[in-house]
Ligand binder design. Structure first.
Ligand code: FES
Ligand code: FES
Length: 164
């Protein structure tokens, strides 16, 4: 039995210690916005925040997560899809098929939290998530837009929720 804080709610989950966090999030808690792509920490589709840093949840064992750790999935990033990154993604129509995009958004939000004004090189270095549809140019533009709107105060993150 593991006790996990996911999007602010504490959940008891009855799983083996080496169960990947991704399976707990999707299969036990029912939060299916976090996607399975490769299962081996390569694609980033399963990206979530663990104590504000982005991690690839397919490669995090439940046994390695403490009950005091804060896990945030795409569903918990903002109450109404109003996080600046989500707003920028919508404004620039970033997704194509969409499969990789929750992971991309989580990676972008974590990047902007630690680097509010990233360069293209910073984005390329931090955003290693794979997009089979090739939306990389729009992703980069949206990261810059989210950074700019956050700095200018044009978009406010949801109260009490994860911010950049
Ligand atoms: S499913 Fe986790 S990195 Fe691909
Ligand atoms: S939008 Fe299709 S894989 Fe990225």
């Amino acid at each position: 039995m593991a006790k996990l804080n996911i999007n602010g709610s504490v959940r008891d989950v009855d799983v083996e210690p080496d169960t990947p966090l991704l399976w707990v999030i999707r299969e036990h808690v029912g939060l299916t916005g976090t996607k399975y792509g490769c299962g081996v920490a390569q694609c980033g589709a399963c990206s979530v925040h663990l104590n504000d840093a982005v991690v690839r949840s397919c490669s995090v064992r439940v046994a390695d997560v403490q009950s005091s750790d804060r896990i945030v999935t795409i569903e918990g990033l903002s109450a109404t899809s109003s996080h600046p990154v989500q707003k920028a993604w919508a404004a620039l129509d970033v997704p194509q098929c969409g499969y990789c995009q929750s992971g991309q958004i989580m990676a972008a939000a974590a990047l902007l939290r630690r680097n509010p004004k990233p360069t293209d090189a910073d984005i390329d270095q931090a955003m290693t998530n794979i997009c089979r549809c090739g939306t990389y140019q729009r992703i980069r533009a949206a990261v810059h837009m989210a950074a700019e709107t956050t700095r200018s105060g044009a978009l406010e993150p949801a109260a009490g929720k994860s911010t950049l």
